[in-house]
Design a protein around this ligand. Structure first.
Ligand code: SF4
Ligand code: SF4
Length: 103
């Protein structure tokens, strides 16, 4: 028995995300609860689980992630990806946040 394979468009992730817009509410809806926990964290799962590369920890930083919240897709993965339950996550203020455009 043959199984049909899903059609995958030949479009890069970057090109797909280009159609996603973000209405900036003026302040980050993401953060860390306790920066000291990030300083001690060596695994930095937040930087690995986010599909939009919102979280980054530079080699020369103190270990507290930088958060490019303007790229957030509001998928919520980082809330559960941090093994220390150290992610502060809220929906953006009313009128702000991600806007998905079909096509
Ligand atoms: S948010 Fe969580 S996973 Fe990310 S650096 Fe801080 S403690 Fe580590
Ligand atoms: S909610 Fe999703 S897209 Fe936004 S920062 Fe967390 S993992 Fe990344």
């Amino acid at each position: 028995m043959s199984t049909a394979q899903p059609h995958v468009p030949d479009v890069s992730i970057e090109d797909r995300l280009y159609t996603v817009k973000y209405r900036d509410a003026g302040e980050s809806h993401l953060g860390v609860k306790d920066p000291d926990i990030c300083v001690e964290c060596t695994s930095n799962e937040c930087t690995q689980v986010c599909p939009a590369a919102v979280w980054t920890v530079e080699d020369d930083s103190d270990g507290v992630p930088s958060i490019a919240y303007e790229n957030c897709l509001e998928c919520g993965t980082c809330r559960f990806g941090c093994p220390h339950d150290n992610v502060r996550w809220e929906y953006p203020k009313t009128g702000g946040g991600v806007v998905f455009k079909q096509g």
